[in-house]
Design a protein around this ligand. Structure first.
Ligand code: SF4
Length: 495
């Protein structure tokens, strides 16, 4: 039996004139698939990855059907991985933002390998019982099985997928573990939530830009819009040793620590130790904090450049999400389970401002007085719960937080995305009647507006923002006001 782990993780989108162009990086670079690989190898199964090299995909204008040339390239790429094997199980990892690609790849697999089994999992798949005007909405599991996109679906951690393959891949019903679903007499069978597999190695992936290591996939904030498949997995201690071993065999200039919320108070001591323990020649490490905890002493260390100076941390991601209590309440932007208050949001904004100014002023230097780059991404969510006040405040911040200097040495960029009501989230459950096509996940791409005007005229902000690309000019090399024109136009139209 040949197991093929398929990435549906398209990146580098371009949406010009409604034509979607995207690139799927090598499957072996996706940490989720590497996690499944580590669990399978524990059971003596050696999977292959798809694609084996970056795959460019283009669709017909206004559709999600691949062009003839793109379809041909996908088929060739599959043939290279599958070879002459006749018994094949494809495992697809699916996110809602890339659902269109899941459809494309599943349909091609069905046509090219009619005897193969397709099993899918990932954050997209949740069981839900939602109604619009008294009519039940099909959930993602029912839709994928009903449309013959998969034979089996894993909800939650991938452990049932591992068990299914380890036991020969013959029968779904023989697997007693929770989290596996399939069709039986036209009805969905299965129950529960899959466990995260037991691993004796920490998953990691190497990309052209360095090493990514999974440290932890847990976060206490519990935001209403977050789609991450939570487990309490904490590889922290194992991950330090793994990182040191990996670096000894092949030194890297860059490490990405994969943890949804590095700045949780419970993690801070651990990361202080970790960053000291990991010896990298240039000590360049990227952290991806999803939440900014302005009230913690560790944060003051960050503001003062200590992370850069002592540990070589030069790249930061801040999930700013919301700026007013109203929009934070609408999307459920939380801090340790409670919706962020106006006071907290204001303090976050001020702290972020100080942090960026400190970076700009100091031109931080690392050990041996080497000049370190300084990269900051600040991410906002635009949602139908935005108000005129929050839109003005967000766009104002985006203006202030845009900084660049020649050569990319100093690069501070705000970015935004539209609120996507991911399956299983509270924001989808509470607003299902305001989602234009709640069962059409191919339309739930990032930066498409899926919200209906039944939520109010403010929904048109979202379309305006998307249609007016000219307003979005994140430039490096100058601190130019980006959104002034946009706000002027909004004020004229709506006030
Ligand atoms: S802080 Fe980030 S990772 Fe944590 S629940 Fe919120 S969105 Fe998800």
């Amino acid at each position: 039996m040949q197991v093929v782990l398929v990435s549906t993780n398209a990146r580098k989108y371009s949406l010009e004139k409604q034509i979607v162009r995207a690139t799927v990086p090598k499957g072996e670079q996706l940490l989720t698939l590497k996690t499944i690989q580590a669990a399978l190898e524990n059971r003596g199964i050696k999977p292959r990855f798809f694609p084996e090299s970056p795959l460019k995909i283009e669709v017909e204008p206004g559709t999600f059907r691949p062009t003839a040339e793109a379809a041909d390239n996908i088929k060739k790429a599959f043939a290279g991985v599958v070879g002459d094997n006749s018994q094949i199980v494809f495992g697809l990892s699916v996110t809602t933002e890339n659902y269109w690609l899941y459809e494309v790849l599943s349909q091609i697999i069905r046509a090219e390998y009619p005897g193969a089994t397709i099993i899918s999992g990932g954050p997209h798949f949740k069981r839900e019982e939602l109604f619009v005007n008294g009519k039940k909405i099909h959930d993602p599991v029912e839709i994928a099985l009903g449309n013959n996109l998969s034979d089996g679906i894993v909800v939650g951690g991938c452990s049932p997928f591992i068990s299914y393959l380890a036991e020969g891949g013959h029968s779904f019903s023989a697997i007693r573990e929770p989290g596996l679903f399939w069709l039986e007499d036209g009805k969905v069978a299965g129950h529960g939530w899959g466990r995260f597999p037991r691993l004796d190695k920490v998953p990691y992936s190497r990309t052209d830009s360095g090493l990514t290591i999974l440290f932890r996939n847990a976060c206490q904030n519990r935001c209403n819009f977050c789609s991450i498949v939570w487990s309490k997995t904490n590889y922290s201690e194992m991950a330090i040793q793994r990182t040191i071993d990996e670096l000894a065999s092949a030194p890297e200039q860059y490490i990405h620590i994969d943890d949804p919320n590095v700045f949780e108070p419970s993690q801070l001591d651990f990361y202080s130790r970790t960053l000291r323990a990991i010896k990298i020649p240039r000590k360049e490490i990227s952290l991806d904090p999803s939440s900014l905890l302005v009230d913690h002493p560790f944060y003051r260390g960050i503001s003062n450049g200590i992370l850069a100076k002592e540990f070589g941390v030069y790249s930061y991601f801040f999930g700013r999400d919301s700026v007013t209590a109203e929009d934070a309440g609408g999307i459920g932007s939380k801090l340790r389970g409670k919706v962020k208050t106006r006071g907290q949001l204001d303090r976050e904004g001020e702290a972020l401002q100080r942090f960026i100014e400190a970076g700009i002023r100091n031109q931080w230097v690392g050990p041996g007085n080497q000049k370190l780059p300084f990269w900051v991404r600040v991410s906002y969510i635009l949602s139908p719960f935005d108000t005129m006040e929050s839109i003005i405040k967000k766009t104002g911040e985006m203006d202030r937080f845009t900084w660049g200097r020649e050569g990319g040495h100093l690069d501070v960029q705000p970015q935004y995305q539209l609120l996507v009501p991911f399956p299983g989230t509270r924001v989808r459950r509470e607003n299902i009647q305001h989602i234009k096509e709640p069962e059409n996940f191919a339309g739930h791409m990032l930066n498409r507006n899926v919200w209906s005007e039944s939520l109010g005229p403010q929904v048109s902000f979202l379309d305006e923002f998307l249609s007016e690309e000219e307003y979005y000019r994140p430039g490096i090399g100058e601190n130019a006001p980006l959104y002034d024109d946009f706000i002027d136009d909004l004020l004229e139209k709506y006030m």
